[in-house]
Design a protein around this ligand. Structure first.
Ligand SMILES: [Zn+2]
Length: 318
C-alpha cells in the first residue's frame, strides 16, 4: 500500500461496490491458520494477533484498532538466525511482541540464543515503522530500506534479476527483487513451508504501481511466474487484506472493523491471473478489478483525475 491511498480509496470503493455485488467467493476456510484474523470490533483487541504457521514460522498482524493498514509481518526461524519480515506501522511496540515470540521459540527448542535479522518487503511506512526499536537490540541487524542497502546486504551484485539464497541455519530462503510497487521491493520464498512472502506486490487487495512503472511491475510478475515454474510454491502470503470474501469487492478506507475478510493466503495460480491481467492492458495501464485483487496503476499526483483510466489523461503517465 502507499501514501496517497486514503485520498482515493473511497472513490474506488463506490465505483466497484455499486457495480459488482456478485456471488460469494468460496474462500472462508483457511488451511494454514486456525483462527480468523481479529476484526477490529473490540476496543480491547490486542495490538498484534499472532498465529503460528508451524513451530518455526509465525505470522503477526497489527490490529486494525492501531492502523487501518493492518499490515502483516512474519517471523521465520532457522537454527542460527531468525528473520523478521517487516516491522509494521509505528506507534505500537512490535519489539516487545517479537522478543516474546523469540523467547517462546527458544523455550520450545531448548536453544540458548538466536540472532535476529530485520528485513523489509519494501520501504513504505507501513512496513518499516517499528525499526527504531530494534536498532539497539543485541545480536540484531536491521537492514536499510533503499535498493542499495538491500542489494548490498544480500549480495545481489550485478545480477539483481536472479534469486539470492539466504541461509538461516538449517533453513534457506530465496530472495527475489520485485520492483514496481517500490524500488527495493523484495519477496521471500521459504522452501520449508512452500510459502512465498509476497509483500505488497501480491496480496488480496489493491496492487498499486505508478502508471509509468507498468513495465517494471510486469517484469517483476513475469520473474515470479518463472520462479514459480521451478519451485514448489504452495501459498502466497502478502502484506495486507483489502478484499472481502465476495469476488471483486474491496473494503473502504476509514473502517476500523471488518467482517467477511478474504483469506490472507492466495494460491500460486494467482500469479498467472495477474500476469494475464497485465498482458491484457497491453502497456496501457488502467485500474482493473479481478475476483481476488485489483490491478491499481495510479498517477504520481492523482489530483483532479479519476480512475479507472486516469493513467491516460496526461502525457505518458507523469
Ligand atoms: Zn503496505
Amino acid at each position: 500500500m502507499n501514501y496517497f491511498k486514503s485520498t482515493i480509496i473511497s472513490l474506488i470503493t463506490i465505483i466497484f461496490v455499486s457495480s459488482c455485488e456478485t456471488e460469494d467467493f468460496n474462500n472462508s476456510q483457511s488451511t494454514i491458520f486456525s483462527q480468523s484474523w481479529n476484526s477490529g470490533r473490540s476496543a480491547k483487541e490486542p495490538a498484534f494477533h499472532v498465529q503460528q504457521i508451524d513451530t518455526n514460522t509465525i505470522a503477526i498482524r497489527q490490529s486494525l484498532r492501531t492502523t487501518l493498514e493492518a499490515p502483516f509481518m512474519y517471523l521465520v526461524f532457522g537454527k542460527k538466525k531468525a528473520l523478521l519480515i517487516d516491522t509494521g506501522v509505528e506507534g505500537v511496540n512490535i519489539r516487545v511482541e517479537i522478543d516474546k515470540q523469540i523467547e517462546n521459540w527458544l523455550a520450545r527448542t531448548g536453544q540458548n540464543s538466536i540472532s535476529l535479522v530485520v528485513m523489509h518487503t519494501h520501504g513504505h511506512g507501513d512496513h518499516v515503522g517499528g525499526d527504531t526499536a530494534f536498532e539497539s537490540r543485541p545480536d540484531t541487524v536491521v537492514i536499510g530500506h533503499s535498493l542499495e542497502s538491500v542489494t548490498n546486504f544480500f549480495g545481489f551484485g550485478n545480477k539483481p534479476t536472479q534469486p539470492i539464497s539466504f541461509n538461516l541455519g538449517n533453513r534457506t530462503v530465496e530472495l527475489l527483487l520485485t520492483p514496481g510497487h517500490h524500488p527495493s521491493h523484495i519477496m521471500v520464498f521459504d522452501e520449508t513451508t512452500g510459502i512465498l512472502f509476497s509483500g505488497d506486490v501480491i496480496y488480496p487487495g489493491r496492487l498499486y504501481f505508478q502508471c509509468g512503472r507498468i513495465q517494471e511491475f510486469t517484469s517483476s510478475i513475469n520473474r515470479i511466474a518463472s520462479f514459480a515454474n521451478t519451485h514448489n510454491i504452495k501459498w502466497l502470503l502478502g502484506g495486507h487484506i483489502e478484499m472481502k470474501k465476495q469476488a471483486g469487492i474491496t473494503f473502504s478506507s476509514g473502517k476500523i472493523s471488518r467482517t467477511g475478510e478474504h483469506l490472507l493466503e492466495l494460491p500460486v495460480s494467482i500469479i498467472t491471473e495477474i500476469k494475464n491481467g497485465l498482458n491484457e492492458m497491453a502497456g496501457e495501464p488502467r485500474v482493473t478489478q479481478f475476483n481476488e485483487f485489483v490491478l491499481f496503476p495510479h498517477p504520481i499526483n492523482p489530483a483532479g483525475m479519476s480512475p479507472p483510466d486516469w493513467c491516460n489523461v496526461d502525457s505518458k503517465y507523469e
